[in-house]
Design a protein around this ligand. Structure first.
Ligand code: GAL
Length: 716
């Protein structure tokens, strides 16, 4: 009997160990329309969604057509071993994957090994960047999100498993010319350094639908105030009130648009570490100054990094709620603690937000390891340094946005780090790296990462480079010159000053388009700036992986060579194909369907590669057949809350088309209570081929800022 018990015990123990070791197919629950969740092991109490506090927009999710669970459930595996979580998702032969954060040099991620880690981009796509969102999108039309505030190791189709369904064959390198250095892999595998994790799968049916679901699950994309989409100049770091006033006047006199000015570190009495208090020598009367600027139609955005100077008035009070290590000898508030937030954001509210400051630039929350706190730092909340690193930018965005929500005014600012869960925060990422080509690739990838990115303009070697950079920042989420160091102004390069002015005015004219496109980001989850790979009719098929003898070569070289990282979609209808300094001509891939020149309305091609030589003055922009672009008269400042403006509707091609035009007061959060409307612009053709444009009537009881409407047929 005893022996029997002993044997039974051994068998039980063995079964237990075997169960732990064997990868189990997880069970999935549909937690929102088209969004599936599973729990592996015991997830940590703190994660990306907890940090962001994102609330899914279930009604908007329900409006996307269903596709069903997109993967074979038994091919997904998750297990916990040695305190870590091991995840596996299948890949098909011709599948490509996008995303895994704000990459700067590559769009196709299959074959990569990455460590997703918040950091300043260091010149190489290795997972360390400003927004290493653990979300990927498949070309087959689904997405996967790992909800962990941890550094994640990602093998995005690089490991070869013995139990692969589709295994590569072992070959003899001595004799076989088809031997490959990195054999075929059929899985994405991810290591989470925690004893459990929540995993989400997003249905398509298209890759864009999966991205939309991800953003809507995070509460929808952000809707900036109208002024946020105007032009912004960040002035030199030690400017005083008189300098700022003078600069604003110069913009006005020269006829350059300007909606907000960014003050760099010198607005504070001390910086690096910061006091978060006005410098009384440079800004003796802050309230008066802010109010005077507002009267001129100019808002202010203030730079800060969150590291508290020993001389800050909050220093003593916040000390118990700061980490063990400093950043530039400034204390690091533990933003996961309500006590720290009350003191930190209380100071911003009292000293700046309450007197009319419109937003912040939250700097240095990303990295370069020697700047930030090390991973051995201890935080009073008990959250680890790693968890704080992965979420600090998210927390700063969340709680600063809250200050503005409390007074029912929208904000639009800058931040240098973000992560999953933060789509709805009104912040744009930027950095110090400054490679123009890579800035455009980052803009493309921002659409996969649930963030916004600006290819900011600082200084340039030549007028040509200045203009080329300016052209792209105008077709981006934030049209900005960051002159914190250089002191440049839009007219600094006289040989191109006029072209720069025309571009800035074009940005203003396009405000009704940009605003509606951001509303689609908010209400439908569609990123306003995104990859060609999300565009229907854009096909870059890669049929086979190449054979490489060189151990350093990427087996997906063919796919990498075919990735498109220098042209992108801007809103529903526009394709933007920038040129860079030194270039006079370039190739543009036009997806299926007819395309037209944005400036002239002329037909340019259809599902083909064209070569264009646009001249220095123009950034090539193309419009889809049936495309509609609502514009307003060029002006120097965004319309004020509720101000009525005329609309010029430009339409292209010969297909009838419709456009959803969004309207609200442009400044408050009242839209969240339903104070907004969508009106439909339609271009129709009657039996005689006569083209007619119409706009549906204003919606009763909703804000209406549309004055006279005219229609311009661009394609003759
Ligand atoms: C950098 C930032 C710049 C500028 C500068 C001011 O970290 O990226 O845009 O704000 O600090 O010191």
């Amino acid at each position: 009997m005893k022996e029997r018990c002993r044997r039974l015990l051994i068998v039980c123990c063995w079964l237990l160990v075997a169960a732990q070791l064997s990868a189990q197919a997880p069970a999935w629950t549909e937690v929102a329309p088209g969004v599936w969740k599973t729990i592996i092991g015991k997830p940590e109490s703190f994660d990306l969604l907890k940090a962001s506090g994102a609330v899914p927009d279930k009604a908007a999710l329900a409006a996307i057509r269903k596709a069903g669970f997109p993967l074979v459930r038994t091919e997904i595996a998750g297990r916990v071993q040695d305190g870590k979580t091991y995840l596996r998702f299948p890949l098909q032969r011709e599948e490509q994957v996008f995303g895994f954060g704000l990459n700067f040099q590559t769009v196709h991620q299959r074959g990569k090994i990455l460590q997703l880690h918040v950091d300043h981009f260091g010149g190489k796509d290795n997972g360390r960047n400003h927004a290493p969102t653990p979300f990927y999108v498949s070309s087959l039309g689904y997405g996967v999100f790992i909800n962990a505030a941890r550094y994640l190791d990602v093998y995005a189709g690089s490991g070869v498993r013995k139990d692969s369904k589709n295994p590569p064959v072992a070959k003899d390198r001595n004799t076989d010319k088809t031997w490959a250095s990195r054999p075929y892999s059929d899985a994405v595998e991810i290591l989470v350094p925690a004893g459990g994790v929540e995993v989400y799968v997003f249905e398509g049916p298209t890759p864009l639908d999966a991205v939309r679901r991800f953003n809507l699950f995070n509460g929808g994309g952000c809707l900036p105030p109208r002024w946020g989409l105007g032009f912004t100049q960040r002035v030199q770091r030690l400017y005083n009130a008189a300098d700022v006033n003078k600069e604003a006047e110069e913009f006005e006199q020269k006829g350059f648009p300007l909606d907000y000015i960014g003050l760099e570190p010198g607005w504070q009495s001390k910086s690096y570490p910061c006091t978060f208090e006005w410098d009384k020598t440079r800004f003796p009367e802050p309230k008066q100054f802010v109010q005077d600027m507002l009267k001129k139609g100019i808002r202010l955005n203030l730079w800060l990094n969150p590291y508290v100077s020993p001389d800050a008035s909050m220093a003593k009070a916040i000390a118990p709620y700061t980490g063990s290590h400093t950043v530039w000898v400034g204390a690091v508030p533990d933003l996961t603690m309500p006590q720290a937030r009350k003191i930190f954001f209380g100071q911003l509210k009292k000293d700046q937000v309450a007197i009319g400051v419109s937003g912040y630039k939250i700097d240095e929350v990303d990295g370069y390891d020697h700047y930030l706190w090390p991973d051995v730092a201890i935080f009073p909340s008990g959250h680890s340094a790693e968890q704080l690193r992965q979420t600090y930018g998210v927390l700063a965005q969340r709680y600063s946005t809250e200050l503005y929500r409390q007074q029912n005014t929208r904000t639009f600012g800058l931040v240098r780090a973000s992560n999953g869960g933060a789509s709805s925060f009104p912040y744009v990422i930027y950095n110090d790296y400054y490679n123009h080509e890579d800035f455009i690739t980052a803009l493309i990838n921002s659409g996969f990462a649930g963030v916004l990115w600006t290819p900011e303009v600082r200084a340039s070697k030549t007028g040509e480079e200045w203009l080329r950079r300016f052209q792209t920042v105008i077709f981006s989420p934030m049209a900005m010159i960051n002159a914190w160091s250089s002191g440049t102004k839009p007219w600094t390069y006289p040989e191109v000053a006029d072209q720069v002015k025309q571009l800035a005015l074009l940005r203003m004219q396009m405000m009704p388009y940009w605003y509606s496109e951001f509303a689609k980001y908010r209400f439908e989850g569609t990123p306003p700036f995104r990859a060609m790979n999300l565009e229907p009719g854009f096909t870059q098929e890669v049929k086979k992986e190449s054979v490489n003898e060189n151990l350093e070569q990427n087996p997906y070289a063919e796919a990498a060579a075919k990735e498109i990282k220098d042209q992108y979609m801007a809103g529903e209808y526009l394709l933007v194909a920038p040129l860079f300094a030194g270039q006079t001509t370039r190739k543009v891939i036009l997806p299926k369907g007819k395309w037209y020149d944005f400036y002239t309305g002329e037909y340019v091609g259809e599902g083909q590669v064209i070569t264009v030589t646009p001249g220095l003055d123009k950034i090539p922009v193309y419009v889809k057949d049936g495309g509609i672009v609502p514009m307003m008269p060029a002006r120097l400042h965004a319309p004020k809350a509720g101000e009525v403006v005329d609309l010029e509707v430009r339409y292209y091609g010969d297909k009838p088309g419709t456009y959803k035009l969004y309207d609200d007061d442009g400044e408050t959060f009242d839209y969240e209570q339903g104070a907004y409307s969508w009106r439909t612009i339609s271009i129709t053709k009657d039996a005689n081929g006569q083209v007619k444009g119409t706009l549906t009537a204003p919606v009763a009881g909703k804000p209406n800022t549309i004055g006279q409407v005219t229609f311009t047929r661009m394609t003759k």
